[in-house]
Design a protein around this ligand. Sequence first.
Ligand code: CA
Ligand code: CA
Length: 220
Amino acid sequence: MSLVELSTVDLAQQLRDGVVTAEQVVVAHLERIEAVDGEIEAWAALDPDEDPLETTLEYRAIDGGPWTSVAVAGSDDAEGSTSGPGWNDRRFEWDTAAVEEGEYEVRLIASDRGANTVADGRTFVVSPPLRLIVDRTPPRYEVRPTGQGRYELTLEDAHSEVRSLEVLAAGKVLNSFRPVDGVCDSLRESFSIELPDKTEKHLLRGTDAAGNRVDIPIEP
Ligand SMILES: [Ca+2]
Ligand SMILES: [Ca+2]
């Protein structure tokens, strides 16, 4: 099944699981637009210049409110001038540095209105909106030694699922631990772990689904 055919729920799950990236989803939808647009190429005969399709990415908080356009750096059109938000290289980059952390809906609006009269131009929403999480903060952790090199450890994140707990050696991942319930699939996961060498210092690393990492030093 292609990305544009997935249900919102399945797509959101795949995004959370890291199976697909937001960029791949947007590109898939842009390709879909291109494919559909191709079927309506009949009117291109009336317009041999090939209308540029102007696309805008919009987002809003998951609990509603107004849509905000994502400012995208202008791309050069055929004449070499800069044409507002759009895509030439089939790639949108959303710099979320100034966006508050949390869950958002993201949608793509496509229009060829700029190149047509109002009557001819078409504007449509590429639906359904995607759910995306903006998350720049690593999980918090709590560690409790229980003796004999064993520890009870909890990772908790405000926005993304906890994805992994690993032990590093010389900067490389030596091993990863399964949570007590078997699967890293929620905002809070508990681990009951035993470290390989009880007399050595260890460095653990907790990672959330957005890839934010926290290093956890363990002293013997
Ligand atoms: Ca996080
Ligand atoms: Ca779990």
